[in-house]
Every structure is written in C-alpha cells, then in structure tokens.
Write a protein that binds this ligand. Structure first.
Ligand code: SAH
Length: 208
C-alpha cells in the first residue's frame, strides 16, 4: 500500500469511530503526509492512531485528537488561525489545508523544533509562519485571529491568546495541570466568554 492508501485507510477508520465530523477535516487528514513530520524510526507507525515522540521530550498528537480539534474550530478557507505549540508542524499543516489560501501563525517555545518545522513547511509548501517564543503572549502582530488553539496544556487558557481572537471567534485547547480537559471558549461581542468542555485529554504541559 502507498502512503496515500495508508492515509485513506486511517481516515476511514476514524470516520467509522465517529471521530471526524466535517468533510474538510477528513480531506485535510487525507492530504497531509504525517510520515514526513515524524522521526525516521517512527515512519512505519505514522498512520496509526497514536501520539509519537518527536524529540526534545515532546510528542505529536494522535490523529483523532487533531481531527477533533479541527472539527471544534469549525475552520473555513481564508480563516486566520493562531497555533500555540508548533512541535513537528503536523497539526499546523492540517490546519493549513483547511484554511488555505490563508497563512497559519504558530508559536513554538523550543528553537530546535521551530527550526525543523520551518524546514518541513518550506519543503512541503505549507504556508505556516513560526515564531520562537512563549505562547502565553500569543502573536500580537498578526491579530486579530478568527480562532486559536493550543497543543500544550496551560493551567488556564492564556488571556493574551483569548484577546487576540476577534469577537465571535473561538479558542480550543487542553487546560489543567495533572488532569486536563479539552476546552472551547467563544469570545462574545460584549467581551464575555462562553465556555464548553469536551472531555479528558492528555497533552504535554505548556512551559511557563
Ligand atoms: N501540534 C504539534 C504538537 C506539539 S506538542 C504537532 O503536531 O507536532 C506541544 C508543543 O508545545 C511542543 O513542541 C512544545 O515545545 C510546545 N510548547 C510548550 N510550552 C510552550 C509555550 N509556553 N509556548 C509555545 N510552545 C510551547
């Protein structure tokens, strides 16, 4: 089987489990070559539904979690998105597929991960810009965003990230030290926040 066949099979399995809701999410998971984002020794496992180690003590999320978050963001082509935690860049590439021709903006704490993600985005022609820094500050220069998401878990969703999203926009991310919950916050026009939870999750902690 080719890698594309492996991806089709992965998406079929995720759909059978009811994990993927939106067609645009399924299309994006079918399109992004996850094996190009993982270390060589993990390539054969790239289309299994599990997290994989990507170096620097970090992991790439399992495909079902990327799918779930992409569905929760309800992205459309042209949306401006902020990601906190670039890691190997897989999740940003999936987002990029859905929002194309828009640029994805991503903040990564670890310089070595940021650099290798940048190289991958260039090689695979993904329009993702990466800033090395602390995601607690978001990326104010490109705000306002239609939405934002985090792939590392803070104790609470950072205020700066919420404020950089336009009224009506959402922020999705794992929240909690120890036990974590996937949270979606919508910023309402009057400045208040509407908060929903979407189950227990396990992400790497967000560094302070
Ligand atoms: N979306 C990634 C998953 C990366 S794991 C992927 O598809 O590979 C979470 C990432 O968050 C790690 O790369 C980690 O270095 C980064 N991270 C942790 N704390 C951070 C912080 N304070 N600011 C920005 N990135 C952070």
């Amino acid at each position: 089987m080719s890698r594309a066949d492996d991806r089709d099979a992965m998406v079929r399995r995720l759909r059978q489990r009811g994990v993927i809701g939106r067609d645009s999410t399924a299309d994006a998971l079918r399109a992004v070559p996850r094996h190009e984002f993982v270390p060589l020794e993990s390539r054969e496992s790239a289309y299994e539904d599990r997290p994989l180690r990507i170096g620097a003590g970090q992991t790439i999320s399992a495909p079902h979690m990327v799918a779930k978050m992409t569905d929760l963001l309800a992205l459309s082509p042209g949306d401006r998105v902020l990601e906190i935690g670039t890691g190997c860049g897989y999740h940003a590439a999936v987002t990029g597929e859905v929002v194309a021709p828009s640029t994805v903006y991503s903040v990564e704490f670890e310089p070595t991960l940021a650099e290798s993600a940048r190289e991958r985005f260039a090689d695979l022609a993904y329009d993702v810009q990466v800033r090395v820094g602390d995601g607690h500050e978001g990326w104010p220069e490109h705000a306002p965003y239609d939405c934002a998401y985090l792939t590392c878990a803070p104790a609470e969703l950072p205020d700066a990230v919420i404020k950089q999203v336009r009224p009506g926009g959402v922020v999705v991310g794992p929240v909690g030290t120890g036990r974590q919950t996937l949270v979606r916050v919508r910023r309402l026009a009057d400045g208040s926040l509407e908060r929903e939870t979407h189950g227990a999750v396990r992400f790497v902690p967000m560094r302070e």
